[in-house]
Ligand binder design. Sequence first.
Ligand SMILES: [Zn+2]
Ligand SMILES: [Zn+2]
Length: 337
Amino acid sequence: MELLMPQLRYNIVTGDWVIIAPERSKRPIDFIKEESEGSENNTATYDPYCPFCKGNEGITEEETFRIDDGDAWHLRAVRNKYPALASSGAVARSGHLYHKTISGVGQHDVIIETPAHNLTMPEQSQLNLERILVAYRARMRHFYEDKRIEYVILFKNHGSGAGSSLAHPHSQIVGTPVMPGQVRMRIEEALRHYGDNGICIFCHCIDQEKEDGKRILHENDNFIAFIPYAALSPFHIWVFPKLHNGYFGDITDNEISDLAEILGVIFTMTTKGLKNPDFNLVIRSLSPPEGDVKFFHWYLSIVVRLSNTAGFELGTGMYINSSLPEESAAYLCSMKQ
Ligand SMILES: [Zn+2]
Ligand SMILES: [Zn+2]
């Protein structure tokens, strides 16, 4: 059976929607990794074959956002050449029980963080980090204008160990026509905590982390970064805005400046202390109408890829963290200049 466009299928056992996007691969054999892959010796500022490099704009898909200085661009967003979801078409539900399906429509952009092929996010200046966050805000707001979209996820894969397939520094933003099962569970948990205790679970985390004071990496007027008490994996970092708000798109310019500052400090720590590790960065946020709900608080998560998820985690959904969060935080803090 050949699928011409992506499709979402509901897994009735796990409660997850799965995007079946066969266009992103060719044949099953393509999943087998070649030995030569993953060599990321990207030391040059320009790669003639890279679609994201300055000078190769003609080979990318349609541009959707840009920050420039008249002639030279600092950052561009383009449509993903291999989108997980098709940008045109209506949301159509079909099937029932075991064969529940939704047409695979949505939005998928790539945010090209810099014209330079070899300037990774941890090496970016404060100004460039701010530009990246401005692009995140603009694209998230834009995606939510598409009424087919239920949920928008912003993420970055840094290094092949984190799932990145293109060396040129970039982030991705995907708008899906369904609320992902894991996100729904987090929201339900947050709602329950609010109902039981009358306080936002994330504001509660900030209060507790400040009271404990042993796992905070950095703090400024608007943000706090810490390794949580029950971090799921070694050096798993959370960055929370201090002002309660459920929607990332509401972030102010002033907050963007503080978030860029805190990210710069985190990257200094991880680059020095963990030798520029592979990582994933994710922003968890609700949609604009939910920005002022009392029970949810948007946040940014950085998951350093030092160990691979293995059978125990897959089999139980429980994580084994082989490090002590307090020691990890003290170690990273010792890397601050
Ligand atoms: Zn490039
Ligand atoms: Zn809160």
